[in-house]
Design a protein around this ligand. Sequence first.
Ligand SMILES: [Zn+2]
Length: 556
Amino acid sequence: MNKNIRIVALCLAASMMISLAACRPQGQETTATSETTTEATTTTSAAASETTKESETSATSDDNGLPLKGCKIEFKPEDQRYHYDMDLKLDTSRKTIGGHVVFDFYNDSAADWDKLCLRDYPSLYKNPKNVGYDAGVKTHGEITEITNITDGRNNGKIEMTRDEDVSVVWLPLATALKPGEKMTLSYDFVATIPTVADRYGYQDGVYNVTNFYPILAEYTADGWSHAGFYSVGECFYSEISDYDVRLTVPEDMVVLSTGLENGENKRSDSKTITIHADCVRDFVFSCSQDFEVVEGDYKDTHIRVAYTEEDYPEYYGKTAEVYLKASIDSLRIFGEAFGEYPYKDLEVIIAPIAAGGMEYPNLIIITKDSYAAEEDEESQDQIIQLEADNVVSHEIGHQWFMGIVGSNSGMQPWLDESFASYTEYVYDVGVYPDKSDNERLPITFKDDSSDEEWKANMTESGYIPINRPYYDFDNQFVYITAVYSMGKDLLIDMEKAVGREDFYAIIREYVQENAFRNADQSDFFRVLYKYAGTDNKELNSLTFKYLDDKGQAPAA
Ligand SMILES: [Zn+2]
């Protein structure tokens, strides 16, 4: 998810070309000597070469076992993936999505499972308070109906219960599922799609159908994870699965989804699309009868950008073209830095949603900014490019940090949001190599010590630790500033401490080690210190300032 860009974009829309340099943190005023070097070398930065030991331990060559630039990211073996088989129908008259699900999985933990936990997020829309709305929601949802829940091992029916948090659904098992044991769970469901401009909702002819079916929660060392839902933050946390979906929609609906369409069966007023997705954490789709689509390719990946024209066909058409280019650039730059995007499709939806953008496997949603359509052409172009460079790149960055490397987005939000925010910078360096560091976004607020909310969250070091669970931040402002802005700063400053190419190589190794599993922050720190060394004073001082547990770093 991306929130901060709204502030930036609105500033530009009002022709308030604020001085970005004035907002930059002090730590970034020093421009690395190799800042504008476009071609990678294995040379370490000045900071990282403080000691000879660091240059030995933070090498980027394959001699040291670090993956090379642009390396491939292999899918998890098929027998380790779960599998959802879904027959779905979008009912546009009732605004519901529902169908039959057959879910094959196994107990991937060392504990017996005497119950399962499903997450049912659409039920939260029954009460707008749950999802953070207090006005403007035209219709609220109903609690999702989940019926015919069956344990395939004995064809026994399962009686579900819900927590007070209605998104938490418990399925007691008559016979516990043993470690390694397989099971087929089947159920029917019908969920209401609220009429609201959101990542899950219907607005202006566009359906964003995400986090919509009851999905198995993640089992952790503390049991089933069922963190609370946040309208600004995230709580989504699931296992890598394959999906076979047959989706029935009105005949003239243009559908973009996770995975690849591999067939279509048309009837007089409806059609059923067959979709297969390999090795993803979720299945989502967006659709509209009014979607226009522009398309392009990067290597083996086909990219589609969908938008509705409304009253400004030229403006939205231009926006889609710029977003397509930013998508291709993102796949190229991130593929080289972190390992090649392993999927054959990427969908970019331009639609009205509350946040600046939202990420899902193979599909991102970028908010539709109708305010900009009435600006003069020069302002329009600036706004479109700014959103492409920051929101589109951020959400595509999530394909690596959320999609490929999963994490607990409620308990350790920095592992996906700080990293996705850092990818905005990586993109900026890749697309605009000649910019000076002072010309680069982001704007950060970490030195705004006059703010009372900020002060209340600060530690003695004068920073807000970013690696906290969502609920440990006092409010959305502090959460966004810490996890997005400061998290981005931390990773940029780590890059400067270690050296750009070395840091990319370390992240590549982190991605390779954790691809298609759920990582913990200790997985990142282990790789970081293994290859950057434990005696990099600059690095240690960063972790000391920014991280609650000092990033498990050695004493500074
Ligand atoms: Zn994000």
